[in-house]
Design a protein around this ligand. Structure first.
Ligand code: AMP
Length: 440
């Protein structure tokens, strides 16, 4: 169990006995692991550093999951735990706080959902829980809270949790913006065993008195780095202050910049650091390529490549919303099935675009980093970096949209002369082997 770290919105200093004694700078892409890190090299019986399980990987049962949960694992079609699951499930079951470096696509949702469902089934229901029928003026009890940076990730996470909790009679709630609050309010008044929420809408419900967090036993911060990039640090702090003093906190993040490490120090109590090696390097099944082209030729180059190679499902990343609109328009004008996905679109439009892409009706999704973060779409065969990301972590995240769940994929970067330095930095920091191809 962890302890809520502080009571001020402004992140005051932490008492010495509550600190992790871990300099923020320890968590960089290339730095050594801190002393309490669990990695496949410090645990026996865990898989090697890849998504693909090894023959000596532990079974889900060996991780401590019980038959009821194992049945749902089998139902989901998971044969062997992924590295993050092998590392994170036992300490989560034991009630420990964890700080996990884990990219999307690594199976991290099940890594926290499976043990949390098991813990909820084992724990006695809160005293106030006999008020299941929604009552005006009585806030719903939330037992486990999962914070997600985007509405899309939150919905996806709620669905993944429903799979893990199949037949367990748990209430899985969703509190996200972009949809009317009234219906959410009515449902949430009845409480939730697990509530997946984006910070803004959650705060609205807390302010309205729709829900209360004073009986919440676990807080999960999913994609913590992205939540901080989106400016949610104060919201997270405010929400954490509403939890009881004793609770478990799990922080998952694809990268550990100093701001995330600082947040972790404030909210986590003696956390176990979990870092599968795959978290800091691109999966080996991704063929990484670069085409050197002038910025003005990028649209034409992309169109020619997509027409020549006809990949089925393509994600194109752009840094800005404007760029994603203009690239999508250029592809559409060239007769390709393409659409943009970014935060200026209404929620209904974003949902529609994602649904058509998932179905395969839409072939090319042109997305900003923020929008595409955490989105799990199988069978993306090609990822295109329309621009070279400024952060190597973003590069790893983008290309991780392909080669998911053991498949293969290609990541192609379109690199203008002025972006070569960024590409060199990515190669240096990720030890990536990026092969130059002739785009003509
Ligand atoms: P996530 O990293 O949580 O977004 O998960 C990525 C994808 O991997 C999802 O489609 C999961 O259903 C799938 N997945 C999670 N765990 C496993 C596993 N142990 N074996 C195979 N697929 C998995």
């Amino acid at each position: 169990m962890g302890y809520r770290a502080c009571s001020s919105r402004h992140l005051p200093s932490i008492p010495a006995d509550r600190q992790c004694h871990r300099p923020a700078a320890e968590h960089s892409l290339s730095s050594p692991r801190p002393p309490h890190t669990v990695s496949p090299h410090t645990m026996t019986n865990v898989p090697p550093p890849a998504d693909t399980p090894s023959p000596d990987a532990p079974s889900f049962a060996q991780l401590g999951l019980q038959p009821r949960i194992l049945a749902n694992v089998a139902r989901a079609g998971y044969a062997t735990p992924s590295p993050i699951q092998a590392l994170a499930i036992p300490p989560i079951l034991a009630g420990k706080d964890i700080e996990a470096l884990s990219r999307t696509g690594s199976g991290k949702t099940a890594a926290f959902a499976l043990p949390l469902v098991q813990r909820l089934l084992a724990a006695p229901r809160p005293a106030t829980d006999d008020q299941k029928a929604p009552q005006e003026g009585v806030p719903g009890v939330v037992r486990t809270l999962i914070l997600s940076p985007t509405r899309e990730l939150a919905s996806q996470t709620a669905n993944a949790i429903r799979t893990c909790a199949h037949g367990c009679q748990l209430m899985i709630g969703l509190a996200i913006g972009g949809v009317p609050k009234d219906r959410q309010t009515r449902t949430l008044r009845g409480g939730a065993d697990i509530l997946v929420a984006t910070p803004g809408r959650l705060l609205d419900h807390l302010t309205d008195g729709t829900i209360a967090l004073d009986e919440t036993t676990c807080l999960v911060l999913d994609e913590a780095d992205r939540m901080l990039e989106l400016g949610f640090v104060e919201d997270i702090q405010t929400i954490a202050e509403r939890l009881p003093t004793r609770h478990q906190t799990l922080l998952f993040s694809a990268t550990m910049p100093p701001a995330v490490a600082t947040l972790a120090r404030r909210l986590l109590h003696r956390p176990l650091h979990v870092a599968p090696p795959e978290a800091t390097s691109p999966p080996p099944r991704i063929r990484q390529q670069v085409a050197f082209v002038a910025a003005a030729r990028k649209n034409a180059t992309l169109i020619a490549l997509l027409k020549r190679d006809t990949p089925d499902r393509v994600m194109v990343f752009t840094r800005t919303k404007q760029a994603s609109d203009s690239v999508a328009r250029a592809l559409e004008s060239a007769g390709l099935s393409a659409a943009a996905l970014h935060g200026d679109h209404s929620q209904a439009r974003r949902d529609r675009t994602l649904a058509t892409f998932r179905r395969g009706t839409l072939r090319v999704l042109v997305a900003t980093d923020v929008m595409a973060r955490g989105i799990d779409i199988e069978d993306v065969t090609l990822v295109v970096n329309f621009d070279i990301p400024e952060q190597p972590e973003t590069y790893i995240h983008r290309i991780g949209r392909t080669a998911r769940a053991g498949r293969r994929g290609t990541a192609l970067s379109l690199c203008a002369p002025e972006e070569r330095q960024l590409l060199r930095e990515i190669e240096r920091q990720t030890s990536a082997r990026i092969t130059a191809i002739d785009p003509s």
